[in-house]
Design a protein around this ligand. Structure first.
Ligand code: AKG
Ligand code: FE2
Length: 321
């Protein structure tokens, strides 16, 4: 639970407080907390109860149904973007399997994916996934507003970032390891996203975060706890101030584990580092214009694992001053 050993070192931001609206003291102190959490560890835990248990339960059954489809069905191409499709049957992470739903915030996006998986239709899948993704996106938007506000960056830039973002809902399954298998669900990595929100959907722990002091800690699973993580693109946007969150999954559960990730990418080819984030103490670290899909293709080609080396190799500049 909340105060347990494992999680106590992560910052927890409470979004269940209905009085926490922009401009209030509660909002301002949450902004400060979000900024230090992202600068320290690249993530925070959001307590957020808008999704509710019933919707969670419907999403769990929707996802079980999805993964029980034949492999040839799951492997179909659903989208042209890099890293948006089926991932699984990978020799070094044999427990992991995942499907991405592109544009899940619109009903059309969900319908398109549903139709490819179930040509005969699956209304319940489509509706519950769309509902779930939209609620997750509200958390994504609030978190981004808090980031902009905490740095004093013009909030119009945040509206632009949100409007021009592409969203991907990743549905993830981990089977239990067999006797001779390791418990690695997913190796240590940072996401290539702007922000990723991870939900341990069927209440099974496994997600671990690397803190700034290099210590790994587990995050407790609950229907109302979400991990908001900075991806590589937010590190670039923040001119290096926000750490991209290093995380991994250890499959310690005795049952199949399902998790969901709402990933955001900049659909605008020209994501810019705000002027407010560049000054004498923080000289420009990266080329100021970032093309997110080009970065994904770069990663696909170069496969550089270490996040800072990867970001620097893609868009780093040597000190200008
Ligand atoms: O399953 C999880 O808890 C995390 C998944 C993850 O890190 C990813 O898909 O990038
Ligand atoms: Fe990840």
């Amino acid at each position: 639970m909340m105060g347990s050993q494992t999680q106590s070192q992560l910052h927890v931001v409470d979004f269940t407080d209905a009085t926490m609206k922009p401009g209030t003291d509660a909002w301002l102190s949450a902004c400060t907390l979000v900024r230090s959490a992202l600068e320290d560890n690249g993530c925070f835990v959001a307590r957020y109860d808008s999704i509710g248990k019933d919707l969670c339960d419907s999403v769990v059954s929707a996802i079980e149904q999805l993964f029980s489809l034949p492999l040839e069905t799951k492997r179909q191409k659903t989208c042209d973007k890099p890293f948006h499709g089926y991932l699984g049957q990978v020799s070094w992470i044999p427990l992991f399997e995942s499907l991405g739903i592109d544009d899940p915030l619109t009903l059309q996006g969900c319908q398109k994916f549903t139709h490819i998986m179930w040509p005969q239709g699956n209304h319940r899948f489509c509706e519950s996934i769309n509902e779930y993704a939209k609620l997750l996106a509200e958390l994504d938007h609030m978190a981004k507003r808090m980031v902009f506000e905490s740095y004093g960056v013009d909030i119009k830039g945040c509206e632009r970032m949100i409007k021009s973002s592409d969203y991907l809902l990743r549905c993830i399954k981990y089977r239990t390891p067999e006797m001779d298998e390791k418990d690695t669900g997913l190796d240590s990595h940072t996401d290539l996203t702007i922000v990723s929100i991870v939900h341990q959907l069927n209440h099974l722990n496994g997600l671990e975060i690397k803190l700034k002091d290099e210590e790994w800690i587990g995050v407790d699973a609950s229907s109302s706890l979400f991990v908001v993580m900075a991806g590589d693109a937010l590190n670039v946007w923040s001119n290096g101030r926000i750490r991209p969150c290093e995380h991994r999954v250890t499959m310690n559960a005795k049952k199949t584990r399902y998790s969901m990730g709402l990933f955001s990418f900049s659909g605008d080819k020209n994501m810019q580092i705000p002027d407010e984030l560049v000054n004498e103490q923080h000289p420009l670290l990266y080329k100021p214009i970032f093309d997110h899909y080009d970065y994904l293709r770069f990663y696909d080609k170069e496969k550089i694992k270490e996040p800072y080396s990867r970001i620097k190799a893609y868009c780093g500049i040597s000190a200008l001053y």
